[in-house]
Design a protein around this ligand. Structure first.
Ligand code: IMP
Length: 207
């Protein structure tokens, strides 16, 4: 429950994705906030994600859409870091290899880059950074979540999206695409960062 009074009744989730909105509605259920998305602002231009880090991109998005809407705005940026690839694809996760690749082609391309890397050296992690930008000031809050794991030898499973079929979270033998969504939603990088956001709203006043 919201303990601290907030001067806003609306919060913009900087996404066009209805799935992400649903996730946030669940996470922030109980807070007296009406959630908006970019679908409520069809005239809003797209921002260029030109940052070199997840945090830079999340901040660029949060501040851009906050400035357009004058609403408190949450924006996230996430991706996969593979140790054997010097933490690539990182901020280029969505367009790694070729922007026109399907998710399955992109995963296969990544597997090809580490074809000769043995299982013990295939460590990787998903990272999610979420930025909250306030319309009252230049103040931003940053939250992050990490899910450690490793890259499978071949794709497995059909659930989820992106690199899920090749990512095995630590403590499990199945990939994210094989595990129940309920498990992924509990241990994922995004879930961990989102829990921090919830805790923030429960005990802070936006300034
Ligand atoms: P975005 O931050 O939602 O734009 O995600 C960037 C890219 O990172 C996605 O296009 C995926 O390729 C990858 N990615 C981020 N989170 C996940 C995940 O939970 N599973 C699989 N791939 C992910």
């Amino acid at each position: 429950m919201l303990n601290a009074p907030n001067p806003f009744s609306e919060l913009l989730i900087a996404t066009h994705n209805q799935g992400k909105l649903k996730e946030w509605q669940n996470l922030l259920a109980g807070l007296p906030l009406t959630l908006r998305t970019l679908r409520d602002y069809p005239a809003c231009p797209e921002v260029v994600e030109s940052g070199a880090t997840f945090a830079a991109n999340a901040r660029i998005k949060a501040e851009f859409y906050r400035d357009f809407t004058r609403l408190p705005t949450l924006a996230d940026d996430s991706g996969l870091e593979v140790r054997a690839l010097d933490n690539a694809p990182g901020v280029f996760s969505a367009r790694y290899g070729d922007a026109a690749f399907t998710d399955a082609e992109r995963s296969r391309y990544l597997l090809a880059q580490i074809r000769d890397v043995p299982m013990h050296a295939r460590t990787a992690r998903f990272v999610c950074v979420i930025t909250l930008a306030s319309p009252l000031s230049n103040h931003v809050e940053t939250f992050s979540g990490v899910c450690e794991g490793s890259i499978a030898m071949v794709p497995r499973g059909t659930k989820g999206f992106g690199y899920d079929p090749i990512f095995i979270p630590d403590g499990h033998t199945q990939t994210f695409a094989e595990l129940d969504a309920e498990i992924k939603n509990r241990i994922s990088h995004r879930a961990r960062a989102a829990r921090e956001v919830c805790a923030y709203f429960q005990s802070n006043t936006l300034r």
